[in-house]
Design a protein around this ligand. Structure first.
Ligand SMILES: NC(=O)C1=CN([C@@H]2O[C@H](COP(=O)(O)OP(=O)(O)OC[C@H]3O[C@@H](n4cnc5c(N)ncnc54)[C@H](OP(=O)(O)O)[C@@H]3O)[C@@H](O)[C@H]2O)C=CC1
Ligand SMILES: N[C@@H](CC=O)C(=O)O
Ligand code: NA
Length: 437
C-alpha cells in the first residue's frame, strides 16, 4: 500500500522531509508506504539538495492540494497566506494535512480543526512546537491523563542560540543572529524570533492542548530579547542566573471569587543556574510540564533545523499512514501498526568483550619504587592507553591509585585486570567502573 504525499515547500524543512522519505532504510516500516508525488515551490530555477523528476516540481500549489491522487499534504512553505488557504483547500478536498506552521495554527487552528472535523481528516503539527522534540503528541496522549498546572518552555531555537552565545562569548545579539539564519533556525523574517512572536505562537498552541480550550493568540503577553544586552547577561551570571526567553502557560489557583483562569506570557527571564531549564543551550528547546499527579516532566531536544524539524513532520505523516493503513479494506481488523510490536527477526547483540569504553580503576598497590612502571607495562602489553594515573592516598604501606583509561577494548582491559591481580605489586582492586564518552 502506498500513500501519496504532496509536499508544499522545499526549503529547510521540506528538504529535510524529502531526505528522510528518500532514505527509509532502518526506519519504521510505515515510511516505506509514503511516497512524495508532487512538490510545490516558488522558484523552479533554484538549485535543490534533493533530486526529483522534473514533472514532480511545480509552482502551482493549488494543483497539488486538489490533486485526486494525493492522500497527505505537507505544508512547509511558512507564512500566513497562502499557507492557511492551501491547508483549508486540502482539507476540503479530503486530504490529511501535516504542517510546521505555528503562525497559522496559533491564529487559525480553530477554523482549521473545525474544517478537518467536518471533512473527517487529520491535521497534525508536531513540528510546529519544539522542532524535533515530541511535545504535542505527549501532551495530547501520554500526559493527557494529568491535570496540567504549568507549561514552561524554551521554545525558540534562534533566540536560545543567540542568548547562549552571548553568554559564552560576550557581545550583542545582531551578529550572532546572522549565524542562526545561516544554520536555517530563524524564520524567513527573524523579527518573529527576536521579538518573541514565534515563541508566543508556540505557547498559545501548547496552552490550548494543556488546558483544553481555545486560545486567542493576541492574549499572549510578548516581550522579545532585543533589549537584553551583553552587560545584563554578565550581571545575571554574577548573581547566579542565566537569561532565557521563557514561554509560560500557567493555570491560576482556583478561588471562589475567580473563575478558572490562566497566565500566558513570553519574556526574557533570569533563570537560577540550578533550574532544569538553565542548561538548555544553543538551538535546543525544552518544555517543562508540571501536572497532577505526574509532577515534573521535561521534554528536551533540538528545537529547529532541517533534520530535527523534518523528523517531527515525518512522524506525523507516519501517524496518518497508520490510520489510513487500518482503514483500508485489505488490512481491516489488523492492529494499529504504531501500537503493535510484532517483530519477526532477532537483533544480534555484540559481545561485551568487543565493545570499547573508558574505564575508571581504583586499586591498592604496594608502596615501593617501580610499581607504577610495572603497572604501565601491563597496560601497554594489552594495548591499553591510559588517560591519567593519580595516587590518592597512603595507608599501611599501601598506596591508593586511581587510573582512567582512554577508549579501550573491554576484553583486553579485563585480561589486564586478571594479570594485575596476579602481579605481586597489587594488593587489591577496589573498584572498576566504566566512564561515559
Ligand atoms: N527552519 C526551522 O528550523 C523550522 C521551521 N518551521 C516552520 O516550517 C515552515 C517552513 O520553514 P523553512 O523550511 O525554514 O522555510 P524556508 O524559507 O527555508 O522554505 C520555504 C519553502 O516554501 C516555498 N515557498 C514559500 N512561499 C511559497 C509560495 N507562496 N509558493 C510556493 N512556494 C513557496 C519556498 O520555495 P523556494 O524554495 O522556491 O523559495 C521554499 O521551498 C515555516 O512555517 C516555519 O515556521 C518549524 C520548525 C522549525
Ligand atoms: N525559528 C524557529 C524555528 C522553529 O520553530 C526557532 O528558531 O525556533
Ligand atoms: Na515538536
Amino acid at each position: 500500500m502506498v500513500f501519496k504525499v504532496g509536499l508544499l515547500g522545499l526549503g529547510t524543512v521540506g528538504t529535510g522531509t524529502a531526505k528522510i522519505l528518500l532514505d527509509a532504510a532502518q526506519r519504521h516500516p510505515l515510511l516505506q508506504t509514503l511516497e512524495i508525488h508532487r512538490v510545490g515551490v516558488r522558484s523552479m530555477d533554484k538549485p535543490r539538495a534533493v533530486d526529483f523528476p522534473e514533472d514532480c516540481l511545480t509552482t502551482d500549489l493549488e494543483a497539488i492540494v486538489t490533486d485526486p491522487d494525493i492522500d497527505i499534504v505537507v505544508e512547509v512553505i511558512g507564512g500566513l497566506e497562502p499557507a492557511r488557504s492551501l491547508i483549508l483547500e486540502a482539507i476540503e478536498d479530503g486530504k490529511h494535512v501535516v504542517t510546521a506552521n505555528k503562525a497559522v495554527i496559533s491564529r487559525y487552528g480553530n477554523e482549521i480543526a473545525e474544517a478537518a472535523k467536518k471533512a473527517g481528516v487529520y491535521v497534525l503539527y508536531e513540528a510546529a512546537v519544539g522542532g524535533g522534540i515530541p511535545v504535542i503528541q505527549p501532551l495530547q496522549q501520554a500526559l493527557g491523563v494529568n491535570r496540567i498546572e504549568t507549561v514552561t518552555g524554551i521554545i525558540n531555537g534562534t533566540t536560545n542560540y543567540i542568548l547562549t552565545r552571548m553568554q559564552s562569548e560576550g557581545g550583542d545579539f545582531e551578529p550572532i543572529l546572522a549565524d542562526a539564519q545561516a544554520l536555517g533556525y530563524a524564520e524567513a523574517d527573524p523579527t518573529a524570533d527576536v521579538d518573541g512572536l514565534d515563541a508566543a505562537d508556540k505557547i498559545a498552541i501548547l496552552a490550548s492542548i494543556a488546558f483544553g480550550g481555545k486560545i486567542r493568540r493576541e492574549d499572549v503577553f510578548t516581550e522579545g530579547i532585543r533589549h537584553v544586552s551583553a552587560v545584563d547577561v554578565d550581571y545575571a551570571e554574577t548573581l547566579g542566573f542565566v537569561i532565557k526567553l521563557l514561554a509560560i502557560a500557567k493555570r491560576n489557583p482556583l478561588t471562589t471569587d475567580k473563575p478558572d483562569t490562566i497566565q500566558l506570557r513570553v519574556h526574557p527571564t533570569l533563570v537560577p543556574l540550578d533550574h532544569p531549564l538553565a542548561n538548555v543551550n544553543d538551538v535546543n528547546n525544552a518544555v517543562l510540564v508540571e501536572g497532577d499527579p505526574i509532577g515534573q516532566v521535561m521534554l528536551y531536544g533540538p528545537g529547529a533545523g532541517e533534520g530535527p524539524t523534518a523528523s517531527a513532520i515525518v512522524s506525523d505523516m507516519m501517524a496518518i499512514a497508520a490510520t489510513l493503513h487500518m482503514e483500508s479494506p485489505a488490512e481491516e481488523k489488523l492492529p494499529n501498526p504504531l501500537l503493535s510490536n510484532a517483530y519477526s527477526d532477532y537483533k544480534t547483540v555484540s559481545a561485551m568483550e568487543e565493545l570499547e569504553s573508558r574505564f575508571y580503576l581504583r586499586l591498592m598497590v604496594k608502596d615501593q619504587p617501580g610499581v607504577i612502571g610495572h603497572l604501565g607495562d601491563i597496560f601497554g602489553k594489552h594495548n591499553l592507553s591510559l588517560e591519567s594515573i593519580v595516587q590518592i592516598g597512603l595507608q599501611e604501606n599501601l598506596a591508593e591509585l586511581v587510573i582512567v583509561t582512554h577508549e579501550v577494548q573491554e576484553g583486553a582491559f579485563q585480561q589486564a585486570i586478571t594479570v594485575l591481580k596476579e602481579s605481586g605489586d597489587v594488593d587489591s582492586i577496589a573498584s572498576v567502573l566504566r566512564v561515559l564518552g
